[in-house]
Design a protein around this ligand. Structure first.
Ligand code: HEM
Length: 271
């Protein structure tokens, strides 16, 4: 089945791409009980998937309130930091952003599906620092993103999506190195199944009481081959792959996948 979110049909370059959605659509759902998956990761991966700064507990509690307002009250977990209790209720990863020392900073996060970063390395960072590795972010996007955080109205829920291609079916991918080391083992004929389109659906909303904001990240994976049943969708992906800007391609290491994607597109177009 073709992926639900197809952001490559909108852009093959870095973009803000935030659009308002209905508040009821804030959390997509779709995973019956994310708690066991997240609990197991917390037990085995600890600070790769959870981090907080001490002063963030009030903001965390407000995120839990919003999640409970959206999903209904859950079993109280006063033994857990409130953001962690909230994250166990939803498939999405939850990031608390608060303005401290003049900058919007990431003050707590539950990150069970990180795309090549870890909770402990990003906690406390400002928007500028978080996006340091993204080519051109500070010149092209940072000021606008900061303004969006400043102007976020409490009744507004914003959504954006991004995409990349990876050879991993794992949601929890803190480190690209072991994944990329396996690219050479993939047979060209298996590229459509071995390569996954990795889409992040992200949302942003204000925390009206404490003044912070909650940023959610939900990862969806689908094999490239899932595009093959709809010729127009296959063609749209091929266009995006071939027209992606050099900065976008470099950041996402598309060069490592070019041969495999070309082989997949050639076989799917003839099939
Ligand atoms: C809401 C406005 C935001 C915009 C427009 C934005 C935009 C981007 C873009 C364009 C990228 C490059 C990957 C891609 O999306 O194609 C990126 C990467 C990233 N963003 Fe954001 N972002 C936003 C908010 C946030 C927030 C609130 C966090 C806090 C967790 C965050 C954390 C990151 C991280 C950790 C990366 C990966 C950087 C790396 O490669 O090390 N972003 N963002």
């Amino acid at each position: 089945m073709s992926p639900v979110h197809r952001p490559w049909e909108d852009a093959a370059d870095f973009s803000i791409g935030l659009r308002p959605i209905a508040p009821e659509a804030w959390l997509e759902g779709g995973e019956a009980d994310p708690a066991p998956r997240k609990d197991a990761l917390l037990a085995s991966a600890g600070d790769l998937v959870w981090a907080e700064v001490v002063a963030s507990r009030e903001g965390q509690s407000e995120v839990l309130e919003l999640v409970e307002a959206a999903l209904g009250p859950g079993e109280p977990r006063r033994d857990l930091p409130p953001l962690l209790a909230a994250a166990r209720r939803t498939p999405d990863d939850l990031c608390l952003m608060e303005k401290t020392q003049g900058a919007w900073r990431l003050t707590a996060l539950s990150l069970s599906a990180g795309t090549f970063f870890t909770a402990s390395e990003v906690v406390g960072k400002s928007l500028a620092e978080l996006h340091g590795p993204v080519n051109g972010f500070s010149e092209r996007l940072l000021t606008r993103v900061q303004r969006i955080f400043e102007g976020l109205r409490p009744d507004l829920v914003l959504e954006r999506r991004n995409w990349t291609v990876v050879n991993s079916t794992e949601l929890h991918t803190p480190d690209p190195a072991p994944i990329r080391a396996r690219i050479g083992e993939i047979d060209l004929r298996d590229a459509g199944q071995a390569l996954q389109i990795r889409v992040e659906r992200q949302t942003l909303r204000r925390l009206p009481r404490t003044g912070g904001a909650v940023f959610t990240i939900r990862v969806h994976l689908a094999p490239l081959a899932s595009l093959a049943d709809r010729p127009e969708r296959l063609a749209a992906f091929a266009r995006a792959w071939r027209s992606a800007t050099p900065e976008f391609r470099t950041y996402k290491r598309f060069d490592l996948y070019d041969g495999l994607v070309d082989a997949f597109l050639a076989s799917a177009s003839c099939g």
